[in-house]
Design a protein around this ligand. Structure first.
Ligand code: GLY
Ligand code: MN
Ligand code: MN
Length: 368
């Protein structure tokens, strides 16, 4: 992980004496902690990683995760592991920071309580915000990360391809969501990468709808948005269907979303600005009858988190780089009627992109 420490520190505007990543209590865990400390299992609540300019890493963990922590520490000679009980942690961190006077923190993830605690441990230190450097470092994935993302996407794709066979009248949204998550775990996921979205009929008009006890009826549109965690890396895939015969409007909506996704994908290669990807999809939708019905950015980076830091919106001008992994997910949302979203995960290659998700995306009508 020495390379990753150096990658982050090298992206800071000025040198620091240390970088501290501190976890609070679940869900306030900084995924960047796991970027530097690649543990196979465990929550690591209240654990702290202290990275030094020479690439060495001190990790302070609790006895709860001692076994997992030792596995990770043994595989990397640049990691020094310290196990500390609740009362021993603060003096240990103080000691490990030595005479550091300029220390970087991940402002985007550190809780305010965690910050106050660090101020008490080391008053007088100048704290630097490392969140931009961390986000940038994590944006381009190494081969190990891409392999995990590929596997997470394969799991999502496998289950995505099985959904049409699961649909039957009377099925509840929550039952389908549970089936999707169960099948992902059976295929090797360690869990869902976010709460599975299953939206029947008008519910599909809300991109982040939370499934309930609504039952599937013939003629309903269906949006399923889900993803797997595999060795801490997330996939994120959406497939939209229609249960029974679709009307002419929903067919046209689906065709338009497909065309929008194709237009966005066609722009992807290193050097292209993120907003060009977004605008390519938006143009297709805005030239159709559903102008203005793309109500979110057309994608986001994925990695240790399903929303991994970068968003592809109309104003984001950062250029794409080889090794970035993100979603391409245009949608059209029709309040009172339903929605269609098609979402795939891709990796930017030297000359373009490669799909990580492969589930069929063309079909829509499923026999009721
Ligand atoms: N799963 C939420 C999203 O697609 O961003
Ligand atoms: Mn997404
Ligand atoms: Mn999604």
């Amino acid at each position: 992980m020495k390379d990753r420490v150096r990658k982050i520190l090298g992206l800071l505007d000025s040198p620091v004496d240390a970088l501290v990543l501190a976890n609070a209590v679940d869900p306030h865990l900084d995924r960047s902690f796991f970027y530097l400390f690649d543990v196979p299992s465990g929550l690591f609540e209240a654990s702290v990683a202290i990275a030094h300019p020479d690439g060495e890493l001190d990790v302070v963990t609790s006895p709860l995760e001692a076994e997992s922590a030792e596995v990770a520490a043994k595989s990397d000679p640049h990691i020094r592991l310290h196990t500390a009980g609740r009362d021993e942690s603060a003096p240990l961190i103080q000691k490990l920071l030595g005479s550091a006077s300029k220390v970087a923190l991940n402002f985007a993830e550190l809780t305010h309580a965690g910050y106050v605690q660090l101020e008490k441990i080391r008053p007088g230190v100048t704290w630097i915000d490392a969140s931009k450097a961390i986000r940038q470092a994590r944006a381009t994935k190494d081969a190990n990360e891409i392999e995990r993302l590929r596997k997470a996407s394969e799991i999502g794709s496998k289950v995505g391809g099985e959904i049409p066979g699961l649909l039957r009248p009377g099925l509840k949204e929550l039952e389908l969501a549970a089936e999707i998550e169960y099948r992902m775990n059976r295929a090797g996921a360690s869990g869902p990468s976010f709460s599975t979205i299953v939206a029947f009929g008008p519910h599909g008009a809300e991109p982040h709808f939370q499934p309930g006890s609504t039952r599937l009826e013939t003629g309903a549109s269906i949006v399923c948005d889900f993803g797997a965690y595999y060795r801490r890396y997330a996939s994120d895939i959406t497939r939209s269907f229609h249960f029974g015969k679709r009307d002419a409007e929903m067919k046209e909506v689906h065709d338009t979303v497909e065309a929008a996704q194709r237009a966005a994908l066609d722009t992807i290669r290193p050097g292209v600005r993120a907003n060009e990807v977004h605008l390519a999809a938006e143009r297709v939708i805005d030239r159709s009858r559903w102008k203005g019905r793309l109500i979110h950015g057309v994608g986001h980076s994925i990695g240790l988190a399903v929303h991994d830091g970068w968003y592809y919106g109309p104003k984001i001008e950062d250029p794409l780089e080889e090794g970035m992994v993100f979603t391409v997910e245009p949608g059209i949302y029709l309040p009172g009627k339903g929605g269609v979203r098609i979402e795939d995960d891709i990796v930017v290659t030297r000359t373009g992109y490669e799909f990580l998700t492969t589930a069929p995306r063309q079909y829509l009508e499923v026999a009721a």
